[in-house]
Design a protein around this ligand. Structure first.
Ligand code: URA
Length: 211
């Protein structure tokens, strides 16, 4: 199978806001608001290929044919906890989306992601699922989350992240060549602690004001 698509959302508004998200001087409130706004803008891009149906509509002056999004429904699946920060922003554009959650923690013995929580809409397998994780670092969590969805018969999956490292993109593409990846920036690399360079630090800590 050929490799999945990587879409870098280069819209100037996204790039401008991302710069302030990266800035270590940005406080928790502003960080949250900016992530929310970028998530809304990225939702516009990730829904670009949703199929449309044609229906009849009567305007005040004439009957016409017009487009509506066809039956395919969307589900959001944030990876806990940092993924939560992008959910509301996406829901502003897709208010009817259902939201599932996946919790992953690193197993201290295997060092692999271990799923400690999953709760999905019952019709998740019929939806286009958008897996959300702001930072695509090694790709371990995203790969595990997507595998878990596939084990539950979910087939239509996209991945949305704010910032990715090349290592993470490669790993997801190898493990899941059918899953397109939407990011706002492709950064340089991972450092020895697994942080994306230059990145934005720990997304969860910055979003929730912890450290
Ligand atoms: N997770 C984060 O929150 N930040 C990184 O740089 C890498 C993983």
């Amino acid at each position: 199978m050929s490799k999945s698509k990587v879409v870098i959302c280069e819209h100037p508004l996204i790039q401008h806001k991302l710069t302030f998200i990266r800035n270590q001087e940005t406080n928790t409130k502003d960080f949250r608001e900016l992530v929310d706004e970028v998530a809304t803008l990225m939702a516009y891009e990730i829904t670009r290929d949703l199929p449309l149906d044609t229906i009849s509509v009567r305007t005040p002056v004439a009957e016409t044919e017009a487009k509506v999004i066809s039956g395919r429904m969307v589900g959001l699946v944030p990876i806990l906890r940092a993924g939560l920060g992008m959910v509301e922003g996406i829901l502003k554009l897709i208010p009817s989306a259902k939201v599932g959650h996946i919790g992953l923690a690193r197993d201290h013995e295997t060092l692999l992601p271990r799923e400690y929580y999953i709760n999905l809409p019952t019709d998740a397998h019929e939806r286009l699922l958008i897996v959300i994780d702001p930072m695509l670092a090694t790709g371990g969590s995203a790969i595990a989350a997507i595998s878990s969805l596939k084990q539950r018969s979910c087939e239509q999956i996209k991945l949305m992240c704010l910032i990715a490292a090349p290592e993470g993109v490669r790993a997801v593409q190898e493990a899941h060549p059918d899953v397109d990846i939407y990011i706002a920036a492709l950064d340089e690399r991972l450092n020895e602690k697994g942080y994306i360079i230059p990145g934005l630090g720990d997304a969860g800590d910055r979003m929730f004001g912890t450290n």
